[in-house]
Design a protein around this ligand. Structure first.
Ligand code: KG4
Ligand code: ZN
Length: 357
């Protein structure tokens, strides 16, 4: 009789989503449950770490129960358990880690501490048959990175942000403009009736060597323009939103172009083997940014792959999948949660002061 595929329970709790998923080694997603804390954090205009940690603790058991119920499985059907072990807000990571270890110890099943960034990096392989190596642009509220994904555990970071992540820039600018949280969707909606050329904004690091990003200068420029107009009530919000969105898209496109060139040099291929550019993270939902990156990929003869939103924003299915990709190498229960955990420890730090992961 054929052996049934391994079933992995995944847990994600590194930011503002408490998530549990059940994924099989044959890529069947039995459940992918997410309890968002957006409403809690919207009151504060952003994520408050202590509030997030408490919310994870309150929600995690129920989210796991929901995942089992959705899958129609019991804990006895789970063959292994994986949780995000970092990087992220340490209180939340600790909640997920302790929960996963307790399940592993009680059931005597393997435990995996998964790097959250690795979850994002490998998620396209769960959704789509993307072959190694590929180039990943990860753009979310917490990360902005360009990574060559060579194989499980084998990553080359080409670029990261020196300061804010792209989604963070959307969120901070939206807050300044009085558009609420999360900012990305609000700015995209406001931009629809605006003129992207109306307000001149900088394109930090555009054309510079390497593939790093910087967004905090853009945010400062936007805040300055707002006050020149006499504050958000008097400012042309639609034009500002469209101009900001265009500036962020321009920066992402320019840095991605540079990364595609580097990737081609390091992983030569012929025309029959078109490599993939994968975009993951919440910002990939932005239609203008998606269209701009689609052009960049096509010009460089790369195939563009974007995992469905449920797999490319923070979720636990990607954590379960990253563990399944290295099922032969579980982790020790002594693993300690890591607030910082670079995927590529060899990567050169970005120019300037910041060393973001
Ligand atoms: O991947 P994600 O759900 O969570 C993490 O941060 O890991 O990404 C959330 C981020 C937020 O900063 C949000 O403003 C941004 O993605 N975002 C968008 C859009 N939808 C979400 N940014 C621009 N345009 C959008 N339509
Ligand atoms: Zn993330």
């Amino acid at each position: 009789m054929a052996q049934s595929p391994v079933i992995m329970l995944g847990i994600e709790s590194s930011c503002d989503e408490t998530a549990a998923a059940i994924v099989a080694a044959d890529k069947t997603i039995y459940a992918n449950e997410i309890a968002s804390q957006i409403e809690t954090h919207a009151k504060h205009g952003g994520v408050v770490p202590e509030v997030a940690a408490r919310a994870h603790l309150e929600m995690i058991d129920q989210v796991i129960r929901d995942a089992l119920a959705t899958a129609g499985l019991t804990m006895g059907d789970i063959d292994a358990v994986a949780a995000t072990g970092g990087p992220g807000l340490i209180g939340g990571v600790a909640v997920g880690t302790v929960t996963a270890k307790a399940i592993a110890a009680a059931r005597q099943i393997p435990y995996f501490a998964v790097n959250h960034l690795e979850g994002h990096a490998l998620s396209p392989r769960l959704a789509d048959d993307v072959a190694f190596p590929y180039l990943l642009l990860l753009v979310s509220g917490g990360h902005t990175q360009l990574l060559a994904v060579v194989g499980p555990g084998d990553y080359r970071r080409y670029g990261t942000t020196m300061d804010d992540a792209a989604g963070e820039a959307f969120d901070k600018c939206a807050k300044a403009m009085g558009l609420g949280y999360p900012g990305g969707p609000a700015i995209e909606a406001a931009a629809k009736s605006g003129d992207a050329k109306a307000i001149a904004l900088p394109r930090p690091l555009k054309g510079s060597a390497g593939c790093h990003f910087s967004f905090s200068g853009l945010k400062t420029a936007l805040v300055n323009r707002l006050s020149q107009f006499g504050g958000p009530e008097a400012a042309p919000i639609a034009d500002l939103a469209a101009s900001l969105q265009a500036a962020i898209a321009d920066c992402l496109a320019d840095r991605t172009k540079a990364a595609l060139t580097r990737f081609r040099d390091e992983f030569p291929h012929d025309d029959a083997n078109q490599p993939a550019l994968v975009i993951a993270g919440g910002v990939a939902a932005n239609q203008h940014i998606f269209a701009v990156l689609q052009r960049v990929a096509a010009d460089a003869n790369f195939r563009l792959s974007v995992p469905p939103a449920k797999l490319c924003t923070d979720n636990a299915a990607m954590i379960a999948w990253a563990a399944l990709e290295r099922f032969d190498r579980p982790d020790d229960l002594a693993f300690a949660p890591r607030p910082r955990w670079p995927l590529d420890p060899e990567a050169s730090p970005p120019p300037g002061r910041g060393v973001r992961q």
